[in-house]
Design a protein around this ligand. Structure first.
Ligand code: GLY
Ligand code: MN
Ligand code: MN
Length: 434
């Protein structure tokens, strides 16, 4: 992505910050895996959204009205020895040339330079509470400035959570972001297709996972957006099952919930299909209910409907289906009123999607579900889960189904970013046919 995009994002943010305020955002700390080995590094989403900078040990500062330029990046200096061991660094010049920083300083010198930039500012906007070590660092810099009050210095008097404004901005995806999300959706869909094509009874869940993730990588994704859920049979009734180490059995369903991340944007797809390629009558019955629930939800994924509407649409179809098949008793109104359906459908129908798989942004405004607006992206993921310990007749046991797509609200209607992943019974059975 070109650096003008990030400059536009910073400009949009600055519009909402006072001239005497300062924005300070740290990237994520590296996490030790063991010894001197770290987990794969992923930059902080807010930090990356505003900078496009993906190295660890970096802090960005936006200081409106700063004479030498508003955008300052603290980052690692170039170091041929360390770069030989750990990889390339942009360095200070790279930070200015490639990322549009007006000034760049060594990360190690932040203690000396940043307190000076904070003096005389009124408010600090920062991602409060995200990284406790950085929070306490900020507080100690504020104290440091306060100790110099007799020399005429003023410390900022307020620390404001940046989330409130930045996350509202991130909630509305611009065309550059939508293009990346389309790509993430497409490459993830190809992986799900691949999983259906290779799946055979006797394979381990992690082997299907490997084939799917290979397709993600082949299509250009470096990382998954979250740990893949590859859950055969009863494991599908564990919503966030990630052990993925069981053998897949003929006659069981396989639920896969997995998405690729592309340039820090997530896809989040769930598909459910029979391990042996053919749905049993019970599996097909419940599957068609979930599919119909998703379709009913889609009708409400349009500007003007509220965040609550599409969930309620899915709940109504699932509940009616469970009543029709005898898994629930009573009338539709009673079942909705008592929420008896939550024995089989216990989660909401979706969440915002963006740089984070469970993306940022408020779901309610003034105590009401907010209205859908163009540019919002979210998942639509109804499901039915019948565990062996449920009240349902045994013939339904260990059927766990989730069907999840990623929806962009447009001016008129919506776009399904993940429709390439097959999901009708006929398409799945055709793809899996020997
Ligand atoms: N993959 C987690 C979720 O669907 O929310
Ligand atoms: Mn998911
Ligand atoms: Mn999801």
């Amino acid at each position: 992505m070109n650096k003008e995009i990030y400059a536009r994002r910073r400009a949009e943010l600055i519009n909402q910050v006072g001239d005497n305020d300062i924005v300070i955002v740290a990237t994520a700390p590296e996490q030790s895996r063991n010894g001197d080995v770290f987990f794969q590094f992923r930059p902080d989403s807010d930090f990356y959204y505003l900078s496009g900078f993906s190295e660890p040990e970096a802090v960005l500062v936006i200081s409106p009205g700063r004479e030498q330029g508003e955008f300052v990046l603290f980052c690692r200096e170039k170091d041929p020895f360390r770069e030989m061991w750990d990889g390339r660094r942009a360095g200070l010049e790279g930070a200015m040339e490639h990322y549009g920083a007006d000034d760049a300083f060594p990360f190690e010198d932040m203690h000396e330079i940043l307190p000076g930039m904070m003096e005389e500012k009124e408010k600090i906007f920062t991602t409060v509470g995200r990284y406790p070590d950085f929070d306490s660092q900020l507080l100690s810099w504020m104290n440091q400035i306060k100790q110099e009050v007799r020399r005429g210095k003023h410390a900022p008097y307020e620390i404001v959570d940046l989330n409130h404004i930045l996350h509202e901005q991130r909630l509305f995806k611009r065309s550059d972001e939508i293009n990346l999300m389309r790509k993430a959706g497409k490459m993830s869909a190809l992986g799900h297709q691949k999983a259906m094509q290779v799946c055979r009874p006797g394979m381990y869940e992690y082997q299907v996972q490997a084939e799917m993730e290979c397709e993600f990588r082949r299509a250009g994704s470096h990382y998954n957006a979250y740990p893949s859920i590859v859950a055969g049979g009863e494991n599908a009734c564990i919503l966030h099952y990630v052990e993925n180490n069981a053998v897949l059995k003929s006659g069981d369903l396989l639920l896969i919930d997995a998405g690729a991340e592309y340039q820090c944007y997530a896809a989040d797809i769930s598909r459910t299909f029979p391990v042996n390629g053919k749905f049993s009558p019970e599996q097909k019955t419940l599957y068609e209910i979930v599919l119909a629930a998703q379709q009913a939800s889609f009708e409400k994924c349009q500007a003007g409907y509220s965040w609550g509407d599409y969930h309620e649409a899915a709940v109504a179809v699932i509940t009616q289906g469970l009543l029709d098949e005898g898994l629930l008793k009573g009338s539709l109104d009673e079942a909705l009123e008592t929420k008896s359906y939550t024995e089989f459908y216990m989660h909401r129908t979706g969440h915002w999607l963006g740089m984070d798989v469970h993306d940022v942004g408020d779901y309610q405004l003034d105590g009401n579900w907010r209205e859908l607006e163009p540019g919002m992206v979210f998942t639509v993921e109804p499901g039915i889960y019948v565990s062996a310990s449920s009240s349902a007749d045994e013939r339904w046991h260990n059927i766990g189904i989730r069907i999840e797509d990623n929806i962009l609200v447009q001016k008129d209607g919506y776009e399904n970013l993940t429709e390439l992943a097959p999901k009708s019974v006929a398409d799945i059975e055709a793809l899996m046919a020997p």
